[in-house]
Design a protein around this ligand. Structure first.
Ligand SMILES: [Zn+2]
Length: 80
């Protein structure tokens, strides 16, 4: 399956990623190497507080792992 990822900025100026109509925010950074964060975990930005556990893990801006098992429909259009 092909996933197109776009970087977007929320109304509050926060960096988000957009993938298949869902938005994710950066949750936790790991694997710092020479002060540079290489691995990033992104979680569902709209429904994480409501129990959605969809996650994207990126390493050097490439997706290494994705769980797009959302508990809801894509909401991107409604937050524009
Ligand atoms: Zn979700």
């Amino acid at each position: 399956m092909f996933f197109l990822v776009q970087y977007i900025t929320s109304k509050r100026g926060k960096l988000l990623i957009l993938c298949n109509g869902y938005t994710y925010f950066e949750y936790q950074s790991q694997s710092k190497h020479s002060g540079k964060i290489l691995k990033k975990r992104w979680i569902c930005s709209t429904h994480y507080p409501k129990g959605c556990r969809a996650t994207i893990v990126m390493f050097e801006d490439e997706i290494v792992s994705i769980n797009d098992n959302h508990t809801h429909s894509p909401l991107y259009n409604s937050i524009l």
